[in-house]
Design a protein around this ligand. Structure first.
Ligand SMILES: Cc1cc2nc3c(=O)[nH]c(=O)nc-3n(C[C@H](O)[C@H](O)[C@H](O)COP(=O)(O)OP(=O)(O)OC[C@H]3O[C@@H](n4cnc5c(N)ncnc54)[C@H](O)[C@@H]3O)c2cc1C
Length: 343
């Protein structure tokens, strides 16, 4: 019989973050389908609150590695904690959120336990007792379903791929798992977080809306002039009001390195598409972006897609968007910002 362990790290306030609750839902459902034993394993300064949050998940054991040594992402301490939790739970199947913190240490933990690890998994299912994992390959163009007989099997679920699990919070008994750290495990010290230099964090994976800007914002407009400063101000105001995540086409971010006018807060990290990212947001709005295939491939996981473009023949009109507004994005955004401001 499988022994399933949900493995998660606690947020700074001691709670379970969104990616962790998504994976908890997957683990809980799988355990119920397989009638497998199910434990929750947590790492953090204090894990009680997170364990209470998971009270309704069907888990019968709640294990924790706690203390200030485990408050922040650090390979040596996270790996030691995760290894101890897997051993204590005698886990054959470990499901963990694919956060940067756990992606960094769990493949190493799998190696220590002579296990196997799969990352970027988007779904896990049980079919007649066999567990199948699902993930995308070749820049989200091919989807594969696969299974493994080797145990322990570590499965890291991509954030945003599963619904967020929630249940009633209730006090549970947490088994404290002792981890004795060698001094060498404390060699790396986490001194804090650094924001991008512009002081504006425009990439927000948890936002409901992905707002994409294209090269059109810096191109000559019908009056024959470029309005880059106005574009920057309109976009910044929209970001401030909506707290959306900012994406860009490749053409726009490339313009910066070519010395042409570009929005100062954009970097290649904002690029969506074949050679950029493939984020997951419930809604997307593209502006001044043509909607070519290498760009829209990055929209695969955006559920509701809209675009604003002057050209009724643009790529978005050819089945890439649910709604295309054939309009001037400068005028639309100006009016939308007024509405958001309540004027
Ligand atoms: C191997 C390869 C990989 C690539 N990878 C990527 C990738 O990862 N991501 C990516 O984005 N691209 C990628 N590209 C490039 C991609 O093919 C396109 O060239 C790019 O997406 C075009 O960017 P754009 O739509 O912003 O610019 P443009 O094609 O210049 O389009 C600008 C649009 O703005 C509109 N516009 C102008 N003014 C206004 C206005 N006032 N209101 C409304 N609309 C207006 C115009 O009608 C036009 O449609 C890749 C290409 C290759 C060959």
């Amino acid at each position: 019989m499988e022994s399933i362990l949900f493995l998660g790290t606690c947020e700074e306030d001691g709670s379970l973050g969104k990616p962790a609750r998504e994976t908890l839902g997957v683990a809980s459902q799988l355990a119920a389908q397989l009638r497998a034993s199910f434990a929750v394993g947590l790492i953090g300064t204090s894990v009680q609150e997170a364990a209470n949050q998971a009270a309704d998940s069907g888990a019968t054991r709640f294990l924790g590695v706690c203390g200030s040594d485990f408050s922040h992402s650090r390979y040596a301490t996270d790996a030691a904690a995760a290894e101890a939790l897997c051993r204590a739970a005698n886990a054959t199947l470990i499901l963990a959120p694919g956060t940067s913190r756990l992606m960094r240490c769990l493949p190493g933990v799998a190696h220590r336990l002579n296990g196997r690890a799969d990352t970027h998994v988007t779904a896990v299912a049980a079919n007649e007792g066999a567990i199948t994992a699902q993930r995308w390959y070749y820049r989200q163009r091919m989807e594969a379903r696969f299974t493994r007989s080797h145990r322990p099997w570590f499965i890291l679920i991509d954030p945003g791929a599963a619904p967020v699990w929630s249940g009633t919070s209730r006090k549970v008994e947490v088994e404290n798992i002792e981890v004795v750290l060698p001094d060498s495990a404390r060699k790396t010290e986490v001194t804090g977080f650094r924001e991008p230099e512009a002081g504006l964090n425009t990439i927000r994976p948890d936002a409901d809306l992905l707002f994409v800007v294209g090269a059109g914002w810096t191109k000559k407009q019908p009056d024959g002039k470029v309005h880059a400063a106005e574009a920057e101000q309109l976009i910044l105001e929209f970001l401030k009001h909506t707290r959306c995540s900012l994406g860009s086409s490749k053409s726009l971010v490339d313009l910066g390195s070519e010395g042409q006018p570009v929005l100062s807060f954009l970097s290649h990290l904002n690029q969506i598409g074949q050679t950029g990212s493939t984020p997951r947001h419930p809604k997307g709005l593209a502006t001044c972006c043509h909607g070519e295939e290498p760009h829209t491939i990055g929209w695969r996981f955006i559920s509701e897609r809209r675009a604003i473009n002057l050209d009724p023949q643009c790529g978005w009109a050819r089945g890439k968007a649910d709604v295309l507004y054939v309009a001037d994005a400068f005028a639309v955004l100006k009016r939308v910002n007024e509405l958001l401001k309540g004027t």
